[in-house]
Write a protein that binds this ligand. Structure first.
Ligand code: CFM
Length: 543
């Protein structure tokens, strides 16, 4: 750690003002990273208590289950009409702020992403029930847009007043059999964070969409990319690379995606998992039902992109494909290396802290590493122990009441469509090549010992981090951005990328180097003094 304070001292500093009970709970959620053992040749990390309820009164960075279901997993799909059943605020504030982009192939192709569909619940609907209004909204949307599919998202009041969104979906589908209509019980309170919403979304898309279509894209090497949401155009860059390599991307869940792609995603031979947290359920269920193997990839960072492409080549084990992938890497890397040579000396040795949802706090460490920057503290908002420690801890995770709340589907092999793609021997061969089928090594084993890992970071702890570590850059989201910049530290939004992107793939890495150089070498934030630094407000202790 670059600063003088040790990670343990930093942790104690964070715990200091908490009441004893809160401190006891937070103590298990803030962990000094160590490599305590070994699992299959990789270091293991100490256990971290995560995916637990945020303590009331703490200013958390988390979102809600509805955000995870509607905003994250389904939101980027352009030709499903997404109706939010709830007050208008739930819709408006989820309306494209994530900067997930889409690009219809033809100008005439349906694209509903610019629309904000809501039932705009009012007090009257809360008192007398909102199902009637929801039916009207569905009728109206079908009359205007004639979509192939329409889905309904439940916000908190829907669950509280007991509207049966699934009955409405069933009735409406009986009336409009050409439209696939399904609903999500993803009320905001359904889980401790947006993570619950991911699981709810995965389940419904799996049972009600995947397997219904036969729109096979041509190509010998057909695959899906799960957990890539086209923030700032990331998917466009990945599409470019896959196309160049001769790989066919059948479906992305769900950046730049369409309904037909989801429906026919079961026809591929490989699932790549990018964001493990939000979509691992889908990968597992597709493997059980259709026999599609999956492994984890990371296209954030040029070296990680090259490594992931080489893993794809190893999986298909086709000499022509392997040669082509090597050619593409060789073509792309000179520009990346030139950019590194320019920006790395300007960023080398500077520190970053990273607090993002469930994947990026890990993935982006690779990009910072390419700039010679060090991640001195990191954490997720809502990830589970497997994202921190690696999937080998899955059998030891205790299922609590909150997780039990989310349905775990029992999935069996499809009698007709299941096809085994890999034998046990094939898996061993791939393992020898460094490919972990159904695996994820997690963030902590890959981070340096002595870094502080903080789950569900809150405002007070962020202030301690800034005060004690004085990082060159803070990576988080819009809720944190301005308060942190007022403290003199630039903040890069790594949820929606501020106004820029893409950052994935080779071109994305170059964009990122430029952007980070600009931020860590700019002085304005370091020169500002926040009003409260000059003239602090009296607080309860001093008033
Ligand atoms: Fe996955 Fe995401 Fe993330 Fe996520 Fe998110 Fe996101 Fe995120 Mo914001 S799906 S877990 S729920 S990588 S919206 S695109 S940036 S918190 S780290």
């Amino acid at each position: 750690m670059s600063s003088k304070i040790s990670a343990e001292e930093l942790k104690q500093e964070m715990l200091k003002p908490y009441p004893a009970k809160v401190a006891r709970k937070r103590e298990k959620q803030i962990i000094v990273n160590q490599h305590v053992g070994e699992f299959e040749g990789r270091p293991t990390a100490p256990p971290i208590a995560v995916n637990a309820r945020t303590i009331p009164g703490i200013l958390s960075m988390r979102g809600c289950a509805y955000a995870g279901c509607k905003g994250v997993v389904l939101g980027p799909t352009r030709d499903i009409v997404h109706i939010v059943h709830g007050p208008i605020g739930c819709s408006f504030y989820a309306w494209l702020t994530r900067r997930n982009q889409t690009r219809p192939e033809l100008a005439t192709d349906p694209n509903y992403m610019n629309y904000c569909f809501s039932t705009d619940m009012q007090e009257k609907d809360i008192i007398y029930g909102g199902e009637k209004k929801l039916r009207q909204a569905v009728e109206e949307a079908i009359a205007i847009f004639h979509p192939k599919a329409l889905d309904i998202f439940s916000t908190c009041p829907v669950g509280l007043i007991g509207d049966d969104v699934h009955a409405v979906a069933r009735d409406m589908e009986a009336k409009y059999p050409d439209v696939n209509i399904f609903a999500f019980s993803c009320e905001g309170y359904k889980g401790v964070s947006q993570s619950a919403g991911h699981h709810i979304a995965n389940n419904k898309v799996f049972t009600d969409v995947v397997g219904l279509g036969e729109m096979r894209k041509p190509g010998k090497f057909r695959m899906n990319l799960l957990g890539e949401y086209n923030i700032g155009g990331d998917s466009f860059e990945l599409d470019r690379i896959f196309l160049k390599c001769g790989l066919t991307l059948q479906a992305t869940f769900s950046g730049n995606s369409t309904y037909d792609e989801f429906a026919s995603s079961h026809t591929v031979d490989l699932n790549l998992v990018m964001c493990h947290r939000s979509i691992n359920y889908m990968a597992d269920m597709m493997e059980k039902k259709y026999g599609i193997p999956w492994f984890k990839v990371n296209f954030i960072g040029a070296a990680s992109t090259a490594k992931s492409l080489r893993h794809i080549a190893a999986y298909y084990d086709d000499p022509q494909l392997t040669a082509r992938i090597e050619e593409v890497i060789a073509e792309e890397m000179p520009a990346v290396q030139a950019a590194q040579a320019k920006y790395r000396p300007r960023c080398e040795g500077k520190t970053a802290v990273m607090f993002l949802g469930g994947s990026r706090a890990h993935h982006y460490q690779d990009l910072f590493g390419e700039l010679g920057m060090v991640t001195v503290s990191a954490g997720y908002e809502f990830a589970h122990r497997d994202d921190y420690e690696g999937r080998h801890v899955l059998p030891t995770i205790k299922v609590d009441a909150d997780s039990r709340n989310i349905e775990e589907l029992t999935v069996l092999p499809d009698p007709e469509l299941y096809r085994e793609r890999l034998s046990a021997d094939d898996k061993l061969v791939l393992k020898a090549k460094g490919i972990l089928m159904n695996g994820y090594e997690g963030m902590m084993p890959e981070m340096a010992e002595g870094t502080l890992i903080i789950d569900d970071l809150n405002h007070h702890e962020a202030e301690v981090l800034i005060d004690k570590l004085k990082p060159a850059l803070f990576c988080a989201g819009i809720k944190e951005k301005y308060v942190i910049q007022k403290s003199g530290v630039p903040l890069k939004q790594l949820h929606n990328y501020d106004y820029s992107g893409p950052y994935a793939g080779f071109q994305g890495a170059i964009n990122f180097y430029q952007e980070i150089d600009r931020m860590v070498n700019a002085t304005p934030f370091r020169l500002v003094k926040a009003p409260w630094q000059a003239c602090p407000e009296p607080d309860a202790a001093t008033a």
